[in-house]
Design a protein around this ligand. Structure first.
Ligand SMILES: *Cc1c(COP(=O)(O)O)cnc(C)c1O
Length: 391
């Protein structure tokens, strides 16, 4: 007899890996309401607070009124509207590339880009803790997937040497690692890709809008904007909208248009979403954007320091993603539950998102958190953490 669905669910429950969704009322502001309770939000990727920013909301409404609610088709049919082209021009300007192509989400971008660029006979070198959508893209491509130890450029050099002579070599890394908050050694990766005639793709879902003097991302921070072949980024996090992009050469854009299946076979993003993304890119380059970025990163430093002082292990990043390492899945989920009772919403992260034994609370700060918000949160996190033996 075939395995029943209930057996499969029971197995997930037994492993401590059962997942459910939690519903928030209202916007993704720093304080949210859940089941009638007011909670401090410490796990949203709405880093700059743009998801409920009046400028983005107005731009969205205006675009819906002017252009309607749907694009009506995929990009290569009738679904390319002026807003798609405008957004691509602005992304290319933001990332200082010749061209850009908009995708429907980061997941769709990574699977589409990677499978378009690599196939049988090619080799994809992927950091061991890269985002799952990169791994899925690599699996979908049919190319050989070689995972190198996290941020280990010596190991990567050896692997590139070993696979010299492959048809195409593609090195892919997160710019800011989504569960650890540390950043990739992009300078060294650019040098390696030049030495080995490989291509370099950086997924800067968490760095775009946040890092670098102009918020262009981790490559700007590390001074290697021109050394990255494919700048992938998303609109759904710091930029407070939805969707994603590849900022690339004109030639590469052409190839993606012809080969990226997630671009070809999916209805394109609707006007209201595109307009919010455009407004966000504009806002990020103003003095207000600059201020929000500074506020976010100073919040991150303060929050991290306070947690470390309270005895938590918080990894070695400096960005807005601050993991509290807990170890086992059950303790992690208990921690998250108890914090809800204290008025704090932070999610526990378990396998397969992170390796077994490396479960954590993935805390994210926002530019909108005040000093008092964060101090208040750390006090409660420390009390619960000590009770659970995590701090
Ligand atoms: C969130 C995320 C994605 C996926 O982007 P979506 O727009 O949410 O689909 C891809 N890569 C990284 C590193 C991410 O954190």
């Amino acid at each position: 007899m075939s395995r029943s669905i209930q057996d499969e669910l029971n197995q997930i429950i037994c492993q401590g890996l059962y997942r459910t969704t939690r519903t928030i009322s209202g916007c993704q502001s720093k304080w949210v309401e859940m089941d009638g309770r007011k909670l401090l939000l410490l796990c949203s990727n709405n880093y700059l607070g743009l998801a409920d920013h009046p400028t983005l909301i107005k731009a969205s409404i205006k675009a819906a009124e002017q252009f309607g609610t749907s694009s009506g088709a995929s990009r290569l049919v009738s679904g390319t509207m002026e807003l798609h082209e405008q957004l691509e021009q602005e992304v290319a300007r933001f990332k200082q590339t010749e061209a850009a192509l908009v995708f429907n989400s980061g997941y769709a971008a990574n699977t589409g880009i990677i499978a378009a660029l690599a196939s049988r006979g090619d080799v994809i070198f992927s950091d061991r803790i890269n985002h799952a959508s990169i791994v899925d893209g690599a699996l979908l491509s049919g190319a050989r997937l070689v995972r190198y130890p996290h941020n280990d450029v010596v190991a990567l050099a050896n692997l590139l040497e070993k696979h010299r002579g492959s048809k195409r070599c593609l090195v892919v890394t997160d710019g800011v690692f989504s569960m650890d908050g540390d950043i990739a050694p992009l300078k060294e990766l650019v040098a390696l890709k030049n030495t080995y005639d490989a291509m370099l793709m950086v997924d800067d879902a968490h760095g775009s809008g946040v890092l670098g003097a102009n918020g262009r991302g981790s490559a700007e921070l590390l001074g290697v904007m021109g050394g990255v072949d494919i700048h992938m980024g998303t609109f759904g996090k710091a930029l407070g909208s939805f969707g994603a992009y590849a900022a690339v050469s004109g030639e590469l854009r052409e190839l993606l248009v012809n080969r990226a299946r997630s671009f070809i076979f999916s209805t394109s993003l609707p006007p209201a979403v595109l307009a919010a993304s455009l407004a966000a890119l504009e806002l990020v380059s103003t003095a207000e954007g600059n201020e929000l970025r500074h506020r976010l990163l100073s919040n991150a430093l303060r929050f991290r320091d306070m947690l470390a002082a309270a005895g938590f292990s918080v990894g070695n990043g400096f960005t807005q993603i601050v993991p509290i390492m807990c170890g086992a899945a059950d303790v992690t989920m208990r921690f998250s539950e108890l914090l809800l009772d204290e008025g704090i919403y932070v999610q526990g992260i378990r396998p397969p998102t992170v390796p077994a034994g490396a479960c954590r609370l993935r805390c994210t700060v926002m530019a909108t958190h005040s000093d008092e918000d964060l101090a208040w949160a750390v006090e409660r996190i420390a009390t619960v953490g000590r009770r659970l033996g995590v701090a």
